[in-house]
Design a protein around this ligand. Structure first.
Ligand SMILES: [Cu+2]
Length: 337
């Protein structure tokens, strides 16, 4: 029996994504290339004819149950369309998009995921200026939110949603370009503690390519543990993880039961994440205290897995910035590892 062509194609795309990410850690352009590959794949799998590309016969590239990476503008017949946004930083306008379904018409029937029908994530190609918002849908199926960009550059826009007819959630994305002076600020090293709005957020744990691992976020304020975390989007925190370089979108799951209204927690929030490949990952934690949502941005590299024990990285991934040896194998290596 021949394996379905779609598996071969999918594997090929994964291999291609890996190769691109591996050779050009901080480049912007390959993401576009990857996106078009992903689109091709989505279209081919949708039509299900399968044999139009002989290269699909290439086997051995599949990596098992790796989830989609959110890099395509279309998947399973669903497509991100009519994306509009201000084209410079001085314009106050709106950000708008429409999801079309397999029949080509706008989808208006969505199911709740993390308490919302559609999650919109925007982030600049260098990982800066992350925003996670929830637009409103009008009767035509257009999702809109008032919008002004805070900085120029190329942005990726992710829509995360669950069409009622699809049965499973989808993440689609596209790029928009914002004119003006652009000062790129890519991640040059891991950042395992960050301060936002007076809260100190740290991450402990390792990301390991191809394995589900736990990441623990700890939130303190003025040195005291924060224990009044409030439920936000059905959890005590919402974590988005993106692969540095192509901004591949990882699905991250909070641990523990869904909180009840009025319940509080802290100072730790535990997540489970699977890094699709080795590399650097950008983490964005949304958490709520006193009715206000804060976002902390962190950066973590995958633990050096294959080939052994890496001599003592087991202290939680160098999460502390204590004087001494806290930076044994990460400082100053640039992006090449
Ligand atoms: Cu959301």
């Amino acid at each position: 029996m021949k394996a379905p062509a779609r598996l071969g194609l999918y594997g090929l795309v994964l291999v291609a994504v890996f190769a691109v990410a591996g050779f050009t850690a901080n480049a912007v352009i390959p993401a576009v290339t990857v996106q078009s590959w992903a689109e091709d794949t989505a279209q081919n799998t949708h039509h299900d004819e399968g044999d139009s590309m002989d290269t699909a016969g290439h086997e051995g590239g599949h990596t098992g149950e790796t989830a989609p990476l959110g890099l395509g503008i279309a998947q399973d017949g669903y497509q991100l369309t009519a994306v509009t946004a201000p084209t410079d930083t001085s314009t106050e306008g709106s950000l708008s998009l429409t999801i079309t379904g397999p029949d080509g018409s706008p989808v208006t029937d969505f199911e709740l995921e993390h308490e919302k029908e559609l999650h919109l994530i925007t982030v600049r190609a260098d990982g800066q200026h992350f925003r996670h918002v929830h637009p409103e849908m009008n009767d035509d199926g257009a999702w809109t939110i008032p919008w002004q960009w805070e900085a120029a550059g190329s942005y990726r826009i992710f829509a995360d949603f669950l069409p009622a007819d699809a049965g499973e959630g989808l993440t689609l994305s596209t790029s928009v370009h914002v004119g003006g002076d652009y000062e790129p600020a890519p991640a040059t090293e891991p950042v395992t503690t960050a301060t936002v709005d007076g809260f100190d957020v740290s991450v402990q744990g390792d990301l390991t390519a191809g394995e589900a691992t736990q990441l623990t976020m700890t939130i303190t304020r003025a040195g005291e543990p924060v224990t009044e975390l409030e439920p936000y989007l059905g959890a005590f925190g919402h974590l988005v993880a993106l692969r540095d370089g192509d901004l591949a979108y990882l699905h991250v799951h909070p641990h523990g039961d869904e909180p009840q209204a009025g319940q509080t927690s802290g100072p730790e929030i535990v997540f489970e994440a699977t890094a699709p490949t080795e590399g650097r990952y950008l983490l964005y934690l949304d958490f709520q205290v006193d009715g206000e949502v804060h976002t902390a941005a962190l950066v973590i590299d995958t633990a050096t897995g294959s080939g052994g024990s890496d001599g003592g990285h087991s202290d939680g991934g160098g999460s502390d910035q204590e004087p001494g040896t806290g930076d044994e194998h990460q400082e100053g290596e640039g992006h090449d590892r």
